[in-house]
Design a protein around this ligand. Structure first.
Ligand SMILES: Nc1nc2c(ncn2[C@@H]2O[C@H](COP(=O)(O)OP(=O)(O)OP(=O)(O)O)[C@@H](O)[C@H]2O)c(=O)[nH]1
Ligand SMILES: [Mg+2]
Length: 165
């Protein structure tokens, strides 16, 4: 299973998504620290919201196979600028939560995530589990393993490590 790294503003639904992926009943738990000892790496929203902590996101992300920017469908603006994938050496996906919100604007949030460089976008409702299976199937695919030499060759050709050679 691919190890997922979650970043996004506080209350976006990162911890709820982890609980939904594990098939747990949702229970509120404010994330206050980051650890790698779970199916995904959950981060406090404040890391994404605070410039001084933001660099920690890049460091922690190296423990993961895939990075997700998580945005709730009813967020008023995106915290993440264009081409965020440039500071990450991992594939970047977007996850839109709270698709059930009466204020959801999925086309707008999708566009933000595309602008930020997300290769794929998933839509989920953590409360009902809608969309969770599709995300789980994607995560269940084993990440491609390669040698350092193979990775360096791809980089020399201007490719991402995970691009098909
Ligand atoms: N309607 C709806 N509510 C959701 C959904 N996902 C999460 N929530 C609610 O949003 C609130 C915040 O969820 P969390 O998962 O704690 O958010 P977080 O991103 O982990 O927040 P921090 O730990 O502060 O970074 C909780 O009350 C959840 O029940 C969703 O898909 N739909
Ligand atoms: Mg949390």
């Amino acid at each position: 299973m691919k190890k997922l790294f979650l970043m996004g503003r506080s209350e976006a639904g990162k911890t709820s998504l982890m609980q939904a992926l594990k098939g747990e009943e949702l229970h509120y738990h404010k994330t206050q620290y980051t650890n790698t000892d779970d199916i995904a790496i959950d981060t406090p929203g404040e890391y994404s919201e605070t410039k001084k902590c933001g660099v920690g996101l890049a460091c922690f992300s190296f423990e993961a196979d895939v990075i997700a920017i998580l945005c709730a469908a009813d967020e008023p603006f995106s915290l993440f600028e264009a081409n965020c994938q440039c500071f990450l050496n991992r594939p970047l996906i977007g996850i839109i939560t709270k698709i059930d919100s009466p204020y959801a604007n999925i086309p707008m949030v999708s566009q933000w995530l595309i602008n930020s460089g997300c290769e794929q976008i998933f839509q989920v409702n953590n409360l009902t589990g809608e969309g969770i299976d599709t995300l789980r199937e994607f995560l269940d695919e084993e990440p491609a393993r390669m040698t350092l030499e193979e990775a360096k060759n791809r980089q020399r050709m201007g490719m991402q490590d995970w691009d098909m050679a």
